[in-house]
Design a protein around this ligand. Sequence first.
Ligand code: NAD
Ligand code: UD1
Length: 337
Amino acid sequence: MTVLVTGGAGYIGSHTTLLLLEAGYDVIVFDNFSNASPESIKRVEALTGRKVTLIEGDIRSREDLEKVFLNHAIDAVIHFAGLKAVGESVEQPLRYYENNVCGTVQLCEVMAEYGCRQIVFSSSATVYGDPHTTPIKEDFPLSATNPYGRSKLFIEEILRDLYVSDSAWKVVLLRYFNPVGAHESGRIGEDPSGIPNNLLPFIAQTAVGKREKLSVFGNDYDTHDGTGVRDYIHVMDLSEGHLKALEKLPQIEGVLTVNLGTGQGYSVLDMVKAFEKASGQKVPYEFAPRRSGDIAKCYADPTFAKEVLGWEAKRGIDEMCEDTWRWQSSNPNGYQL
Ligand code: NAD
Ligand code: UD1
């Protein structure tokens, strides 16, 4: 079976590609390298001893996509390609809509043209906005507070409309909570450009000495220690969820929406403590004002994922921090050699 992985050179895409190869799938990675390096795929090939068909291309280019579908018989698509920085999306909304939404429209058009109607899409817990309660179930109300989140909501709707128009489409919308960690080898991991926006990469860069200290955004939230609580999920667990979704695709009718989270919430200070333990390094921090748009608590109800996909997260907070540390300490400059 041949799977096209858009954005497959990126953080979650490279880990999922590794598992797909290990499971025997043929994989085509399609990426414009706007936020990734071909080095991640070289390392995936070295780790698995298998070859990936790596194609540099843009999902907004019909020509680039048609070349892929013309030359390969693709059974299903896992669609990771997209821009993901919330702050940047507020400053450059059109760039986000053009890349994420228009790119997905092009992809779906070309898929339909070539008779491939099976897709797994990377959505996000951000589509729940500020949830009225936790844990979050898939049928909670949806909303968005920034263009990045809205691009995910639009794409979910577009994929639902596609199924309404043609019932041959089979779609899985995976709503990720907070992906962290790295492959246990320490050879692939998250390689953010510039100053990391997300918590764990920032903690890791502080522990390795690249950043002076962590700013903890807010210590007056209604949580057990006043700092924000999130559902951190190991990227290998998340990637395993994609393989389960892929196996499920042929049997589903229409659109399946699934939370991928652990169901366990940890605060910023819990993460700092766990990282200090895993790395043996001090992570200096100071309290700072709340970050605009942040919510107090966000964690999943993962029951449906277990029921429908037979999937649940297996890795805990210690493994998340140990694997992040192995990656960060052996690749302090990410994929830059
Ligand atoms: P990433 O930036 O590491 O990976 C995205 C990949 O897509 C990159 O390799 C980038 O070069 C590529 N890409 C972007 N635009 C493209 C285009 N027009 N054509 C071809 N390739 C393009 O991000 P990630 O963390 O691996 O996230 C993967 C997906 O999961 C994204 O859609 C993201 O929005 C979603 N997601 C991520 C998180 C998270 O915290 N990491 C949480 C929820 C959802
Ligand atoms: C962010 C995005 C969200 C996206 C998610 C997963 C924002 C507003 N939201 O959410 O859309 O789906 O990532 O990629 O960017 N924190 C600090 N100091 C830091 C960084 C973070 O205290 O330097 C805190 C935050 O306030 C939050 C927690 O750590 O309480 C996690 O932050 P982050 O990793 O950015 O994830 P989210 O806020 O969940």
